[in-house]
Design a binder for this molecule. Sequence first.
Ligand code: IPE
Ligand code: IPE
Ligand code: MG
Length: 241
Amino acid sequence: MPADLLDLNRIPRHIACVMDGNGRWAQARGLPRTEGHRAGEHSLFDVVDACLEIGVEWLTVYAFSTENWRRPRDEVRFLINFNEEILLRRRDELNERGVRIRFVGRRDWRVPKRLIRRMDEASELTEKNRKLTFTIAFNYGGRAEIVDAVRRIAASGTAPEKITESTIARNLYDPQMPDPDLVIRTSGEYRISNFLLWELAYSELVFTDTPWPEFQRREFFAAIREFQDRDRRFGGVDGGG
Ligand code: IPE
Ligand code: IPE
Ligand code: MG
């Protein structure tokens, strides 16, 4: 679907993607799972391009979950190195295109210091950009994020009766991040897998059977079209009132 079929006045402000199906895509071709992750890079940057084209302000992608450490050691190592390599290879181009790179996730002992350094470099390099905020969720878990927020609130000595939803929202990994309007998950799995649990309370969800390495902007635009056909009520009734 081409972009001109979209209502440009109702482009979601924040789109989040669960980039799923890399491993199965590769295995179906007789390739090692890691080749699927490699092939997914093309889709990721096609989606970034599409966001820049139509003016999406925030794009968040799930790159590695707090549960993905359960995978075979070689695959985990590949994913760490590949993420680092992509950051190095793509950061200048993203910077020139006005993309602000950010990260959400737990920075625990399992994340190599070198990768953390690359993350910080990419964030600092691009921090003044405003066209698109591109957030990479790495070693991210929605429950861990809420636990970390609660720990910070408890450590601050806030009285329990003073804790509101906005106290929690202010203590998430990126307090500036607006809640996603649209969440897209590829590869035919109909679940959230611990992604943005707090933030997606009222997000519209779109699932597609296409594996991530085959997901391209045409389908991305189709998901946005589907979003535009939905009626968001936020617990109210049609027509307000
Ligand atoms: C998503 O693809 C990428 C990551 C989780 C890092 P998968 O690796 O989960 O691919 P499938 O779901 O096993 O096919
Ligand atoms: C979610 O996909 C995590 C990422 C895409 C990074 P998974 O493939 O890990 O999720 P499950 O295991 O199918 O729920
Ligand atoms: Mg998967």
